[in-house]
Design a protein. Structure first.
Length: 182
């Protein structure tokens, strides 16, 4: 097949048009890129994908996971005591003492963070973990020391700002729970 001179120039112009990127208002039109530019773009994406896959494989490898697990295990404190306790709740203005949010030790009571304990069983300042939630032993009371509600088991009396919060939390936890003391 013979190509005349006009057709040859037209074909060469089309090829040149495909090779050179066309810019309109400073923006490159998609699809009008040179093969080398497309190759660079693909190689950049491939580099990013391989980097992502390598990082994923490093982090997902069993050795790395066990290292993290071991580090977390080392950082965790082992509890000093673990015991079954009666869990009760009290709230602000339930009695005359809690209206100003002061505990028997003089510390400020924080809703959902402070609890009353028998200091002979659980020392003040200890972290008390009930059902995965951490409380700090700041307070005590006669009913807690006398163990009235528990028939002899230690009592952890958790402080809440309102009666509604206390009831909701006690429904979640229950009457008795395994308590860890740190």
């Amino acid at each position: 097949m013979k190509i005349n001179h006009m057709k040859k120039e037209k074909i060469e112009a089309e090829m040149l048009k495909l090779k050179t990127p066309i810019e309109q208002d400073g923006k490159r039109i998609k699809g009008d890129e040179t093969p080398s530019r497309r190759f660079k773009h693909l190689s950049d994406r491939l580099y990013w994908l391989t980097k992502t896959v390598v990082l994923f494989l490093i982090f997902a490898s069993p050795g790395y996971a066990s290292t993290i697990y071991l580090n977390k295990k080392i950082d965790r404190k082992t509890p000093k005591k673990v015991m079954m306790c009666r869990i009760t709740a009290y709230w602000q203005n339930e009695d005359g003492w809690t209206s100003d949010l002061k505990s028997s030790t003089g510390k400020r009571l924080v809703s959902g963070r402070s609890c009353a304990v028998d200091p002979k069983v659980i020392p003040y300042g200890s972290n008390v973990i009930v059902e995965g939630k951490r409380y700090v032993a700041h307070d005590t009371g006669t009913a807690v020391i006398a163990r009235k509600a528990s028939r002899g088991a230690p009592v952890v009396d958790v402080f809440y700002k309102t009666e509604r919060q206390a009831q909701r939390e006690m429904n979640r936890v229950g009457r008795y729970a395994v308590v860890a003391i740190e």
